[in-house]
Design a protein around this ligand. Sequence first.
Ligand code: C2O
Ligand code: CU
Length: 485
Amino acid sequence: MSRVPDENRFSDGPRLPRRALLRSGALAVTGVAGAGCLATSTDGDTDATDADDFPEPTYGDPDREYRLTATVGEIDVGGGQTVETWLYNGRYPGPEIRAVEGDRVRVTVENGLPESTSVHWHGMALDGENAMDGVPGVTQPPIEPDEEFVYEFDVGPIGTHWYHSHSGLQLDRGLLGPLVVEEAEPHVAFDREHTVVIDDHLAGEPHVTQSGGPGHMGGGFADGPASDGTLLDGRLPADPVVLDAEPGERVRLRFINAAGSTTYRVSVAERSMQVTHTDGPAVEPVVVDAVDIGMGERYDCIVEITAEGPFAVRAQPLDGSTPAGRALLGHPSPDGEPVDGGSSDGTAGSRALRLSDLRSVTPQPGLDGSPDRTVDLTLSAGTDADGDPAWTINGQSFPDADPLPIQEGEHVRVRITNRSPVRHPMHLHGHHFTVGDAVKDTVTVPGHMGRRTLDLVADNPGRWVFHCHHLYHMETGMIRVLTYD
Ligand code: C2O
Ligand code: CU
């Protein structure tokens, strides 16, 4: 079952002595401290750029090592189109980082870009390892050009996760890849699996725009550029990736919505899908025709191949004008056409997954009874300190925003109300939360007074950001820092 790719490992090389390794990092590490010291008190200090206040990294003895080098490069997205963008190891999506439950992983990130960078491990709990969270200005200084930073962490929870730059708009260039933690004993049987990275594609540079309306002060909402297409595993639909599958097999598809600004409805032509995991952990299997996936969310689905394919795997934007994407499940035969139509495209007669369908196999402990603290958050459009369109949480636009203090051991309830007309996929670092009966790390809050209630146990001291995963909403203020008192 284990298919850890070898191309980026340097496990056969000599192991660096630890001191040398630490010095090669971007941080001036003066010693190796116990994990307990990460519970740094912030003393009400809201200056997130105070370099002395970053948690201290700790290093141990990793089971797997990877190297990611971020550079400017060019990719072929199919259909005769190439794009100059920023890449990890010259590839898009970046190399898959794969580990097994219980492993410790070290990833050395080298910055060959013209500006500073960072890498966040989206979905990793990083228990006691806040220093590895990869949020520049909050958990570490930015990695400057020509510098390296050594990330190291125990993987978990199990399942489908991903990594991406957490600096500015770099996520919308190509600085992202899958991170899979294999479970020792899957709760469902499958014959093979594929990771499917879904992304909205920009032919040009990412930049903040204004769109929508009626916006604040007549200026519209802060948004991103219209996307030029949808990539599945880096390919436009004209020249799709072919995912191996044979008749008779159960194929697990690990869907990751890595888009900057698009929510997708994902379906497989003529096939229903059994949803088995979300945002990593396992859920009781539920059969649907389509799954809506917000930015940052992951869903694993098993598709049964009971006929000759290939079957089109489709990602249809829920709104906006972005063209749909597709991949092929099964190999085209010389005479056969792909199965592209069918009732399972999420429209007439089909059934899309609802949040209330999800029931986690392992509920989070410590959430019975009433919460110790309730935090009410209102999401809305507003303006920043300069009067430009911005996105706000309780009227404040980051970085001009207060931290959200919590205390270790508390059961925290976060009640979110969305006063804007657009969806906000809200993501919390360093914790999974319970929403309905599901354990997730990212949940989409519908527009027009949509509400979601999240419950979590404050069990991981540190500074953890909570933000909208619409990249242009985050970039224009829809982010807060959760801090442990
Ligand atoms: Cu996917 Cu703050 O991150
Ligand atoms: Cu948003």
